[in-house]
Design a protein around this ligand. Structure first.
Ligand SMILES: *Cc1c(COP(=O)(O)O)cnc(C)c1O
Length: 393
């Protein structure tokens, strides 16, 4: 639940506060971060927060302050993580198309590992490392394990038909190539099979595949220090208040029970969504109620430019009217953008809604603010933090 006291505070800022904005519950983020870190520490696991879920500096300071490493997918994410408290030696760098500049940013910042997704990429990193000279850099192989993440096709990344990772049939070629890569050392295997995964059996299957790949490399004389199983843990979008903090204990115990590490190997995770999704809500105001013949529309001042997940993935966000407790009616909640996909929900029950009401789209902390665009030349949404309400402009 969003605290009523906070709603009152918003209301008092109403004249000053421009909607839409992201509201972040900082206490919830801190609790989530502490739970994940504690459950990982107990098992000796290492966490790298995936910045692409949300790169807001105020949130990053909390996450890195708690001792998370970083998982980056661009040079700018490397800079952003360093500016907000991540340590160089904890930065993993993923991505199927790393540019030369991105790679150089990684090299010059002595990051922990480049997770490589193709032979030409490995050759290019070796070439750029040679230009820089003096040092040998750690790489990991991002492997495509051909596991079905049973999630939306756009956020499924570990099937053989996806663009991500190196497939098993290329391993012989890869290790042959590595022999000639004088500036690189293979230290890890990396996996990331998709996002919003709620079926723990998917992770059991991942563990089984990881075990066999780990053995394959050992049999060929590689002593790999690190296994990195990526992110992907899902959150409860339907009933967020029942599961504000994802069940990290169960998630990690799946790996504890099913993954066979060789002595000295360390296990790494890259959670993104599971850390930040539930602490964020997109707050928007109702512009108009449009009563149709068959449908009633709530037209709000936020759109797909502020939160694209419903338009992009048909994602569900729980919607609350924060200003009304009148009897419920059925509405479609839509944004102002000139696209029919600019619709947050169809046929939802909300208390009777009026112009000026505040609406919350819950569980919007991950892949929300960070994906905002200026399409239609709109303003980017701003962010409000529960611990800094007094400073809302
Ligand atoms: C996106 C991504 C993650 C984070 O995924 P979540 O589902 O948000 O936890 C982790 N690792 C890699 C390589 C990614 O691309």
């Amino acid at each position: 639940m969003i605290d009523k006291a906070i709603i009152d505070q918003w209301s008092s800022y109403k004249s000053k506060t421009k909607t839409p904005f992201y509201y972040y519950d900082v206490d919830l983020l801190k609790q989530t971060v502490a739970t994940a870190k504690n459950e990982a520490d107990k098992r000796g696991y290492i966490l790298h927060y995936a910045l692409k879920a949300n790169a807001n500096p105020n949130l990053l300071k909390i996450i890195f302050g708690a001792g998370f490493g970083a998982d980056c997918v661009s040079g700018n994410e490397i800079f952003r993580s360093l500016q907000n408290g991540a340590k160089q030696e904890t930065i993993a760098f993923a991505g199927v198309g790393k540019s030369d500049l991105d790679i150089q940013i990684g090299l010059y910042n002595n990051i922990f590992v480049f997770n490589c997704e193709s032979i030409p990429e490995i050759e290019n990193i070796n070439y750029l490392a040679r230009l820089k000279g003096l040092k040998i850099y750690n790489i990991g192989l991002r492997i495509n394990p051909d596991v079905d993440a049973k999630t939306h096709e756009y956020i499924s990344t570990g099937k053989k038909e996806n663009k991500f990772g190196i497939s098993a049939w290329d391993f012989d070629k890869v290790i042959e190539k590595l022999e000639t890569m004088k500036y690189l050392r293979l230290t890890s295997l990396h996996f990331h099979i998709g996002s919003q995964i709620t079926d723990m059996n998917v992770f059991v299957e991942l563990c089984q595949r990881v075990n066999s790949f780990n053995q394959w490399f050992k049999d060929r004389g590689f002593e790999l220090e690190h296994i990195n199983v990526g992110g992907g843990l899902g959150v409860d979008y339907q009933t967020p208040d029942k599961n504000l903090i994802p069940d990290f204990a169960t998630y990690f115990s799946v790996f504890e029970q099913n993954l066979k590490l060789f002595p000295g190997q360390k296990l790494h995770f890259e959670p993104g969504r599971s850390i930040v999704a539930q602490c964020g809500s997109l707050i928007t105001r109702v512009l108009y109620i449009k009563e149709g013949k068959t449908k009633n529309f709530v037209i709000v001042d936020a759109g797909m430019t502020d939160l694209i997940r419903p338009a992009l993935y048909h994602a569900h966000h729980h919607i609350e009217n924060l200003s009304s407790d009148a009897p419920e009616k059925v509405y479609d909640v839509v944004g102002p953008i000139c696209e029919s996909s600019d619709c947050f929900a169809k046929d939802v029950l909300l208390p009777e809604t009026k112009r000026g009401n505040f609406i919350a789209l819950r569980s919007a902390g991950a892949y929300g603010e960070v994906m905002a665009s200026q399409y239609n030349l709109r303003e980017l949404p701003h962010a409000v933090f529960s611990d800094k309400l007094g400073s809302v402009k």
